[in-house]
Design a protein around this ligand. Sequence first.
Ligand code: 1HS
Length: 257
Amino acid sequence: MSGRMRGRTAVITGAGSGIGRAAAELFAAEGAAVAVFDVRQDAAQETVDKITAAGGTAMAVAVDVSSAESVQAAIDRTAAEWGAVHVLYNNAGVNSTGSVAEATEEDWDRCFAVNVKGTFLCSRAAVPHMRKAGGGAIVNQASVAALAGIPNFAAYCAAKGAVVSLTRSMAADLASDGIRVNAICPGTVFTPLMEPLLRARGDGDLEAGLAKTVAKYPIGRLGTPEEIARVALFLSSDEASFMTGSIVASDGGMTAV
Ligand code: 1HS
């Protein structure tokens, strides 16, 4: 632990599981007070319990990132509790199913509501607090799906592409406020979000789906939540002080080949 987040308040969305939970634990270990946002209160509370058991500071906030009202209330509550919001990690995301020929309108809308609109709404609510604090850092969760066509994942690919474009737009708009905005494009990490895709890829057999997926990764394995969390920590920290508008792949070489 080197205290890279000491004195900072960090909001992490989707922090009740997967990469978000790993990031919440890591940021807290580095000294941040972490607002653990998740659509499931119990999942958020579990993350908070892990953090507090390790001596960190965190609070659980149930929030639907696709709802402007819910997001505004959650961000304002965080700022009221801790006096500031310095870091926002827009990690919450949902999957989609099917190629463009099969995807349902409902699936498409849900994918954009959470992955894209959620990023917009959380950022919009957090920016005034960051301005008040004299600056901040936003990290958006994109995906390798923004950089390469992933079969049977049309809405997700499109939504993550939008997150990349939104990241560049936000970086341009917010640089003068001292707010840096970057995106991570993780390769596949075995999290609850990924399980349905992996199972479908193996025609219902998770092990077969995992093997097919690993074959796409030159490094010979999938990523871990902790590996992506470390990239988010770096981008959120002063170590990345000259980085804004960057789209950072962390994908074991998947998009390099
Ligand atoms: C869900 C995550 O953003 C990864 S997109 C799917 C990538 S892969 O499994 O087809 O390599």
